[in-house]
Design a protein around this ligand. Structure first.
Ligand SMILES: *Cc1c(COP(=O)(O)O)cnc(C)c1O
Length: 386
């Protein structure tokens, strides 16, 4: 827990938490470099919204900076303000969700670049530029078929007819976002690319930022000038059909501590609601992670943990702070108070956990919360830092 005072040793910190989340800064740098090389000469930004997908933006963003990244995307202005002190002044931070009316001056003062997602936001930004009597930088987003954020077709028409609407705005990139970039076969990708290309033909020639992680693994025509990978940087690689090797490395491991082991008789009810009844004498281990730690309740009687190569099925419901595991397969005494079991690691990848609870790795990552002891390692130098 990052906020614990410096009077605690790393060991004490680890033991005070229910589990240990280990984040490999070298793997983060590797993934950034791998994507950069793949899409070069297109530049790669890093999307570090939601506290760098739950992994800690104040540690993760500087790692990407070290690997050469100078463009950082967050969702909210508040996230951008919080991140600014952790990056050198030559790094640019962009606010994807745009600005609420009244927050433009704060954004400009902090040297942050908003994404302008509507005509109203364009007008508000232009008004501030006029008041300042100098140009203000921003990105302009066009909706190309996701209907989430960005100028509508009608708003684009207005800007094409009346280019003076953009007076005072120094547009650094025109951007759009793929709805199905992670599905290479989906025809929606080509449709969005075509919509983008025809919109760009109607606007002044400016740099373009288009692809998310998925787009970085489509053809070159999707790359343009700047790409915005997120999840791939955090270790979730693409499904490559062409047989080429996935260049993305896992970034995190997660383990949780055993807080109790017991033998139960046949017929014992386990956990809330008694949803699991022992069909034979069993050994049950309770571990200190639950749905408040991103271990979704939908994993009740479904997911698993590992100890070495042994799969330990979750039995009973996932509680807020704990999970019960069937550890009968392990010899008695193998698991003890304080033993660590693997939740995410070489035997059970983030993708496997997401599949087990019918969600996507993004949701697992951003739900991990801040109760685990976090250990940032740098596998290239094998030195541990807290
Ligand atoms: C979240 C987000 C990204 C990053 O998406 P990934 O799928 O994680 O690569 C890029 N662009 C926008 C606009 C986003 O909202």
């Amino acid at each position: 827990m990052a906020e614990m005072s410096i009077h605690f040793s790393q060991t004490e910190r680890d033991l005070a938490a229910g589990g240990v989340l280990t984040i490999d800064l070298a793997a983060l740098r590797h993934n950034y470099s791998a994507i950069s090389q793949r899409i070069a000469p297109t530049r790669a930004a890093a999307v570090v919204k939601a506290d760098a997908y739950g992994l800690g933006a104040s540690r993760v963003a500087p790692a990407f900076y070290e690997a050469g990244c100078r463009d950082f995307f967050v969702a909210h202005l508040g996230e951008a303000i919080a991140l600014r002190p952790f990056l050198n002044p030559d790094a640019t931070i962009y606010v994807l969700n745009g600005l609420q009316p009244g927050s433009e001056a704060a954004c400009a003062r902090e040297n942050l670049l908003p994404v302008l997602n509507s005509l109203e936001q364009v007008e508000n930004w232009a008004r501030l530029a006029k008041a300042f009597d100098h140009k203000l930088p921003a990105l302009l987003q066009i909706d190309t078929g996701m209907a989430r954020l960005g100028l509508s077709a009608e708003e684009l028409d207005r800007i094409v007819d009346e280019p003076s609407l953009l007076d005072g705005i120094d547009i650094k990139f025109i951007i759009s976002h793929l709805a199905s970039g992670d599905e290479p076969e989906n025809p929606a990708n080509a449709a969005q690319l075509a919509a983008m290309t025809s919109a760009l033909a109607r606007l002044p020639k400016l740099p373009v930022a288009f692809s998310n992680s998925g787009g970085c693994f489509l053809e070159k025509s999707y790359y343009f000038d700047l790409a915005r990978p997120g999840v791939a940087l955090y270790g979730v690689g693409p499904v490559l059909k062409d047989g080429s090797e996935n260049p993305i490395r896992p970034v995190l491991t997660l383990s949780a501590r055993v807080i109790q082991v017991r033998n139960v008789d046949k017929g014992a009810a386990i956990g809330y609601g008694g949803t699991f009844i022992a069909s034979q004498p069993m050994r049950i281990a309770t571990i200190a992670a639950g749905y408040a730690d991103g271990w979704f309740r939908s994993l009740s009687n479904k997911g698993s943990a590992y100890f070495g190569d042994t799969r330990l099925p979750i039995v009973g419901r996932v509680s807020m702070d704990s999970i019960t595991l069937d550890v009968t397969a392990l010899p008695e005494g193998t698991l003890q108070l304080g033993s660590l079991v693997e939740l995410i690691g070489p035997h059970q990848r983030l993708e496997d956990v997401a599949r087990d609870c019918d969600t996507i790795p993004y949701e697992i990552l951003t739900s991990l919360g801040n109760r685990y002891a976090r250990v940032y390692i740098d596998s290239s130098s094998a030195s541990q830092q807290s």
